[in-house]
Design a protein around this ligand. Sequence first.
Ligand code: AMP
Length: 214
Amino acid sequence: MNIILLGPPGAGKGTQARVLVDERDMIQLSTGDMLREARSSGTEMGKVVAEVMDKGGLVTDEIVIGLIREKLEGEKKGGFIFDGFPRTLAQADALADLLADMGEALDAVVELQVEEEALVARIVGRSTCGNCGEVYHDVTKPIPADGKCANCGGTEFKRRADDNEESLKTRLMEYYKKTSPLIGYYYAKDDLRRVDGLAEMSEVKRQIDEILSN
Ligand code: AMP
């Protein structure tokens, strides 16, 4: 099974992808994670993307499609979860071609719907465990008082450089200008399924499970 998790920054795509990886042995393909890895490895490409990412802009289609192409050549396990990809119509077309070349198909595009006002509050204050990636939030899910990750016991936590109000404004603008047209694109292809991204995490998961079992 291959699915796309679609939604603005802060909609909960990464959180739900982690659950699907654990429960369904699927492979999470997060272009954001791949790009963060590239920039921390200090490669030429990493240097180019770092500046764009910090400002909240979109990295070129060519770079992200190249990253995805490489990963699709690896193992498939229970299928792929595309998290944060595609973000433009050109990326969506490229993904359709890549999957067709592999004899694979998209099973569903799950749109996590979240009101704009909630996104800023969700993102500003967000941190993750440096070891396992568990997501915390200063207000809604603080790091445990003993300073240890509830999931793995890790003691290092990271905040993303682009999780600040200024970058977030650009990220949201990029989403509405370039990514939200994908909602219509996948609706027209009859692939779009909507879930209430503002519901409790377990309820969002239940809605996604229901979609995947149909
Ligand atoms: P994310 O972790 O998905 O929020 O992505 C973080 C940043 O990486 C984005 O704000 C973009 O700068 C870049 N990025 C991630 N995925 C893509 C993509 N599919 N196309 C273009 N830029 C991307």
